[in-house]
Ligand binder design. Structure first.
Ligand code: HEC
Length: 96
């Protein structure tokens, strides 16, 4: 498969994922349910990871929407797996 065909397939797959994201069970605007265990795991991962490169930022400094964007960005910087990032979000959205 050449590069442009592969790119096309990637774009189609992304578009499908986007549509499923919109019509799926956790539809836009709705918050996913988080378990207490997830929040607790998130608190630990937050403490372990989020002060490695800079001072710890208080959860109350940002709202849920902002944390969502920040953790997506920091997840890449910190090289965290998706489930860890989701737990950290769950914690921050409870603690802010
Ligand atoms: C590998 C180093 C590294 C790790 C680990 C890291 N950060 Fe960051 N963080 C940065 C850098 C660099 C910046 C500033 C530049 C940028 O935005 O990329 C930053 C900026 C920030 C900001 C400032 C955003 C703003 O608008 O003021 C916040 C908040 C933040 N990080 C939170 C976190 C959280 C939460 C975690 C844990 C999930 C985390 N960081 C882990 C490197 C890191």
């Amino acid at each position: 498969m050449n590069r442009s065909r592969m790119l096309n397939r990637l774009i189609v797959a992304f578009a499908i994922a986007l549509v499923i994201g919109f019509i799926g069970p956790a539809s836009a605007g709705e918050k996913e349910e988080t378990s207490p265990a997830q929040v607790a795991a998130g608190a630990k991962s937050w403490a372990d990871n989020c002060a490695r490169c800079h001072n710890m930022r208080s959860p109350s400094e940002f709202n849920d929407y902002e944390w969502n964007v920040i953790v997506d960005h920091m997840r890449v910087r910190a090289n965290l797996p998706g489930d860890v990032a989701r737990n950290i979000k769950a914690f921050l959205e409870k603690a802010n």
